[in-house]
Each structure stands twice: as structure tokens, then as C-alpha cells.
Design a protein around this ligand. Structure first.
Ligand SMILES: [Fe+2]
Ligand SMILES: [Fe+2]
Length: 425
């Protein structure tokens, strides 16, 4: 559900800037981009195609394929051109410089906190917060190593074999029960969450979508091969320690009530993958192909760091807002009449979709009663006629009719109205 009205609002003529990396334009672009990339992978439902055969034909069919092929490069430029402004790699880099930069970047990740995990631990409803984070991981977890698979073809020497070694680990050496996506699904099931690829599509945030799309972006176009290698080496290196932190947080929240095999597997095997990718791929490629490729390897490391930061910031911001939602309720004089309010009407059976806005807005229930939904397992927030909620810029929400029908308006929030300012959280 792309929420066509929300897509139509977006000005696609101006590429994204880093300041709006977790905003609405980013969300729309990355939803489209993620769908395009997924269409280059094979997705089949667990229960079999059966009556969904028509969906298969439509999703993979000629019409959407041509649309995708005609727009993919432009959409990638729209979404990722900002990386050229954000990351500047200049000067001559030796293999030693590359190794030093890599260790510096990885060391900072090891020493720093994982913002989402800290936010989960501090949340009033840590289980809801932990599910929100887990769902963001599902974006990669349920199709893990799909982008990597695009870098396995061709002929590039011993580094190709080293990458394949990492890849077959991700695929459980051909044993389906050991495949990382399979053990990720076990973790979801232990939280009573659904396991099919698009179960929580509506709740993927712009930052996590951008991170996931980035790996497809640099894997689709092999001119970016060295960027991909920098990025994947960094990712494999920082995964193990971050999963150690995740185990700690999730044990703290759920006790034994969660299956953490997925995290334990990565805390173990990514220590190994981090060494393989650094020594046998990243540094080996730098040695073999020389100074001409090192700046791109460095760029990939820097890009993976930057995007990883957006993943965390966006997820933590969503958790904080959803966890503290009642303080964002606006009443009485806080609800100013607005000329440019957009009215949305919903019936009980209306399809559910989510969106965000580039600026703070007020969602005001005009008729009937509504429920505001902020996360995959968050309790919906009831809103009666005349009630309003402040949705800060970039926060993801959906609205459902609580009865047979409702109508709500979306108005620009006036940041000077005291009632609109959320209490400190
Ligand atoms: Fe994995
Ligand atoms: Fe790995």
C-alpha cells in the first residue's frame, strides 16, 4: 500500500538532502525503491501461490518491469545523490590508511551505544519498543544476503571465493533450517509476530528502508562494486558486537520469552565474517587493484556508517514518540482552524496504510471516532471527534476508523502554539 495521495504530494524534481533522510519524501522514495529491488528477487508466499497467481503475474509482469527499468536509475539518483555531498574522500590512500580508517570506524561503533537499544531499555513499554526495532530488522532479516547475491557472479579471483564463503554461511550451507532468514523467523514467531516478507511493510521507517536499499543500490550497478565491498566489510565487522548488545537488551526486556538464536548466531559468525571481509576481501582487493580503488572502498565504509546512523536515529525517534504518545495529544485552543487542512475519509473496511510528513502536523478527528496506529504491536490510540494528535516531522502513523466510518483532517502544526509543544520526554 503506497498511499497514492501521499506519493502524489512528493516533488521528485529535487533530490533528497541529508537533512530529510528520515522525512516523508525519503519514505516514499525508499518504499518505491525497495519494491523495485525486491522485484529483482524471487518472493513466493509460504502457503503457496494458489489464488495469488494473478498477483505474481502482476508484480513480476512486463508492465511493472518496464516502469521499473525506466525509472530505477532516476529514483536512485533522487534517493542517494546526497551521499556525494555528505561524504568526501580525497587525497591518496594507501592500504595501511584504509586499514587504519576501517579499524577507527569499527572501534567507534564498538565503543558507542546502539541508540535504538538504549531507547528500548528506557521505554515505558519496552516490549512494544523492542518489537518496533525487531520489525525494522525484518527488512533485511527475512531476505538476508539478497543484495550480496548480486556480487557473486563474474570472475574476480580469491576475493570472489571469500565473499562466497560469507554468502553460504548466510544461507546455512544449503540447510534451510540453518539459513539466517529461517532463524530470524524463529525470533519473530517467539514474539508472536508474523513471518511473511511483507507482514509489517507498513511499519518500515525511512531510515531502515534507506539502509536496506543502499546495499541493493551499490550491488545493482557494478561500477559501485568497491563501495559495496567497503560497506559490507564494515557491516559484517560491526554486526557481532551490536548483536551482543541486542541480546543483552532483549533478555532484559523479555527474559526467556524470546528466541535469540538469530542474535547469538550473528554474535558468533559475524566475528568470523568481519575478519574474512576485512582481510580476504577489503584489504586483499586494495592490495591487488591498487590506489585507484581505495577511495571507493573508503567511501563504502563511510556510507555504511552514515546510513547505519539514520537507521538508528529514525527507529529511536519513532520508539520515543510512540512510547510517549499521550503527551502529543492536543486539545482545545491548541487546535487552530486551518485553511489548508486536508480531509481524509475512512470507512471500517478501508485499506490500512501509513505515512509520514516532512513537517509536524496535527491529525484532527472531524467526524466519528478514529484510532491512531504508530507501530506493529503498539496499542492503537483512540481519538474521539474533536481530538487531535501532534505528529512530528518524519513520524510514521496510520489511521483506522473506530466505528463504521470517520473523517480526519491533517493540518500544518503551528510550532508557536504552546499546547502543540510536547512535554519533555
Ligand atoms: Fe546473517
Ligand atoms: Fe554475516
Amino acid at each position: 500500500m503506497l498511499v497514492p495521495d501521499a506519493v502524489a504530494e512528493v516533488d521528485f524534481t529535487r533530490p533528497l538532502s541529508a537533512a530529510e533522510a528520515t522525512g516523508h519524501r525519503a519514505l516514499v522514495a525508499h518504499r518505491l525503491l525497495g519494491t523495485f529491488y525486491e522485484a529483482d528477487t524471487v518472493l513466493l508466499p509460504e502457503q503457496g501461490l494458489g489464488a495469488l497467481r494473478g498477483d505474481f503475474d502482476h508484480f513480476y509482469g512486463d508492465g511493472l518491469r518496464r516502469l521499473r527499468e525506466a525509472s530505477l536509475s532516476d529514483l536512485e539518483h533522487f534517493a542517494f545523490a546526497l551521499l556525494d555531498d555528505e561524504i568526501d574522500v580525497t587525497g591518496a590512500w594507501s592500504v595501511e590508511d584504509l586499514a587504519t580508517y576501517f579499524e577507527h570506524a569499527a572501534g567507534e561503533a564498538d565503543a558507542g551505544e546502539v541508540e535504538s537499544l538504549t531507547t528500548i531499555a528506557a521505554a515505558r513499554r519496552p516490549a512494544v519498543a523492542a518489537d518496533t526495532y525487531l520489525v525494522q530488522l525484518a527488512l533485511d532479516g527475512l531476505t538476508e544476503a539478497s543484495a550480496m547475491s548480486r556480487n557473486l557472479g563474474g570472475a574476480f579471483g580469491p576475493e570472489q571465493s571469500a565473499l562466497f564463503k560469507v554468502f553460504i554461511d548466510e544461507f546455512g550451507y544449503g540447510v534451510h533450517e540453518a539459513k539466517h532468514t529461517t532463524i530470524f523467523r524463529k525470533m519473530l514467531r517467539s514474539r508472536a509476530l508474523q513471518t511473511h516478507v511483507h507482514a509489517y511493510w507498513n511499519f518500515y521507517l525511512a531510515g531502515p528502508l534507506a539502509t536496506n536499499n543502499y546495499y541493493y543500490f551499490v550491488s545493482r550497478d557494478h561500477a559501485s562494486f568497491f563501495r559495496y565491498i567497503g560497506a559490507v566489510s564494515y557491516a559484517e565487522r560491526v554486526f557481532a558486537p551490536s548483536f551482543v548488545k541486542m541480546i543483552e537488551t532483549y533478555r532484559g526486556v523479555f527474559g526467556d520469552d524470546v528466541d535469540l538464536h538469530y542474535c547469538e548466531e550473528h554474535a558468533h559468525i559475524d566475528a568470523h565474517h568481519g575478519r574474512i571481509t576485512r582481510d580476504e576481501i577489503l584489504l586483499a582487493l586494495a592490495e591487488r587493484h591498487g590506489a585507484g580503488v581505495i577511495p571507493e572502498l573508503v567511501r563504502g565504509i563511510a556510507e555504511a556508517r552514515l546510513l547505519g546512523g539514520w537507521f538508528e536515529q529514525d527507529t529511536a525517534a519513532q520508539i520515543r514518540w510512540a512510547d510517549d504518545l499521550d503527551t502529543y495529544r492536543v486539545t482545545g485552543s491548541g487546535i487552530q482552524p486551518a485553511e489548508a487542512a486536508r480531509r481524509v475519509e475512512l470507512a471500517a473496511g478501508s485499506p490500512f496504510g501509513t505515512r509520514s510528513h516532512d513537517r509536524a502536523v496535527l491529525v484532527v478527528v472531524e467526524d466519528g471516532a478514529a484510532e491512531l496506529i504508530t507501530g506493529p504491536t503498539a496499542a492503537s490510540a483512540p481519538m474521539a471527534r474533536g481530538e487531535a494528535m501532534l505528529v512530528p516531522a518524519g513520524r510514521l502513523y496510520g489511521v483506522r476508523a473506530a466505528g463504521s466510518a470517520c473523517a480526519y483532517s491533517v493540518r500544518a502544526a503551528d510550532p508557536d502554539t504552546p499546547a502543540v509543544t510536547p512535554s519533555a520526554s
